[in-house]
Design a protein around this ligand. Sequence first.
Ligand code: HEC
Length: 205
Amino acid sequence: MPVIIFGAFLTFLTSWIGLVAYPSLQLGRFTPFTAEDTGDINPPPLSGMAVMGQRVYASSGCVYCHSQQVRQVGYGSDLERGWGARPTVARDYMRENPAFLGTMRTGPDLTNIGARQPSAMWHHQHLYQPTVVSPGSIMPSYRYLYRLRKIEGQRSANAIDLLPPDTAPDGYEIVPTYEAEALVAYLLSLNRNYPLPEAPEPPQQ
Ligand code: HEC
């Protein structure tokens, strides 16, 4: 009997060391890196809107179709596809809680979408109706993050420029909700092309 109990204890202890204690020692104490010459802090801090946008990203299920990890040379063709200037490393995720590494790539990797597509309007048009900017897209429309509003006086500054075949009825406009604004702020913040000591940018070709 004591042998069984001791054996069970040993099994749990070794798995706790392997799965919790060792990874936490190895990866649990990252600090941002400050470049001496430029003073840049990497990974850069996120704006409050972007942090809010992380929550919208989580609750909208984007991670079911999009990864956020650029693999090393030899593990896939992520760099050739233009998904990043360098492979991602553990420190890139220190401001993410949770990190949306993802397991499926029904859509492209989004690690650096803010660098690849820096237009907020493009993101709103795409989220509202993916096929208008990306013909044949199978990404679902997120138009529940937008509202139809009656134009009173002037058109709102943040109204979406709808692309055909989408139109708003005469005298109405489509405006993003706070959630949509936050989600786009988060997408625009996704740019991990900065250099880190353990992941320098490869020389430009
Ligand atoms: C059912 C799978 C699916 C889901 C869920 C999904 N997407 Fe997509 N996404 C795609 C596909 C497929 C594409 C490629 C076609 C396109 O551009 O629409 C794509 C493209 C994109 C692009 C453009 C990428 C590029 O490199 O041009 C962005 C940005 C994006 N998705 C953001 C999101 C966000 C944000 C969410 C959650 C609100 C989301 N997606 C949810 C499938 C999905």
